[in-house]
Design a protein around this ligand. Structure first.
Ligand code: AMP
Length: 286
């Protein structure tokens, strides 16, 4: 693997060149950390890189906008792609290798295997994005087989995804420790997301009511009262603030995502809502 003249760190674009580097590091007894992303990097991604650096001698970040996790009407083609500026940020953060395969490298002609994780995928995102988690599980299984990291860091921002990845790794005996990273937020509380770039100024002001509502609802739920009426009030508050649709605002068991009537055990409050054409998700511990 070489360092292209136009990019500030070594880039692997093929599975073969990635494997060569990883094999050399493993032979030298080095611990390998991995952060998978879809690029358009922000401080949330970089916080995961920090966590990986704390736990490993070498860190690989992947940038791959995975077509199979987008639904037919979703934003795959317009998803932001900015490899050169992402690479500069990763180099400045001390990342050792950027892994940036093409769609053809990841899914060669004839590929016919998908990974399907049950139970934890059934509710919440699984209802509104029915093909999403099989795309995620398949690409994460492939990435973990390609990189073979000792540790991989995933954000709590995508809380259901984090649980799906933990399930996948346990069920397929993948020898990688999955470490969660807390959600990094803007000054007004909005969770950082590559999709925030889609928000108009007006939408951006509406979006700030998402974390505010989560905090309000969670503080009520922490007193142990019935969730139903409080969740309903939360949904109404989001619509009043200018959200076009609230797909879900639900209380769930933090480990299984089974629905909860009240927060009588470790719980998570999760939301998906549409502002303009943009779909935002967020969650917090209760
Ligand atoms: P993405 O590029 O959106 O696929 O995200 C790549 C990784 O970054 C996933 O593990 C996300 O959960 C994580 N992530 C995204 N946004 C944030 C954030 N605001 N704080 C922490 N982690 C995040």
């Amino acid at each position: 693997m070489s360092q292209p003249p136009d990019l500030p760190l070594p880039v692997a674009r093929s599975v073969a060149s990635l494997r060569q580097t990883v094999a050399d590091w493993r032979k030298a007894g080095l611990r390998i950390g991995f952060v998978p992303t879809m690029g358009a990097l922000h401080a949330g991604h970089l916080s995961l890189v920090e966590r990986a650096k704390e736990r490993a001698d070498r860190v690989i970040v992947s940038i791959f906008v995975n077509p199979t996790q987008f639904g037919p009407t979703e934003d795959f083609s317009k998803y932001p792609r900015q490899e050169a500026s992402d690479a500069a940020r990763l180099a400045a953060f001390g990342v050792d290798v950027l892994y940036s395969p093409s769609v053809e490298e990841m899914y060669p002609a004839g590929a016919a295997t998908t990974v399907s994780v049950g139970v934890v995928t059934e509710r919440l995102e699984g209802v509104f994005r029915p093909t999403h988690f099989s795309g995620v599980a398949t690409v994460v299984a492939k990435l973990l087989n390609q990189v073979q990291p000792h540790v991989a860091v995933f954000g709590e921002k995508d809380y259901q995804q984090l649980l799906v990845v933990k399930r996948l790794v346990a069920d397929l005996d993948i020898d990688t420790e999955i470490v969660p990273g807390p959600t990094v937020r803007e000054a007004d509380g909005l969770a950082m997301s590559s999709r925030n770039a889609y928000l108009s100024e007006e939408d951006r002001a509406v979006a700030a009511s998402l974390p505010a509502t989560l905090n309000f609802v969670a503080s009520q739920l922490r007193s142990g009262v019935d969730a139903g009426p409080i969740l309903e009030a939360g949904r109404a508050r989001l619509l009043k603030a200018g959200f076009r649709e609230v797909q879900y605002l639900d209380l769930a068991d933090a480990a299984t995502l089974a629905p909860l009537e009240r927060a009588d055990r470790p719980a998570r409050l999760l939301v998906a809502a549409l502002v303009g054409a943009t779909r935002l998700i967020d969650n917090i511990a209760v």
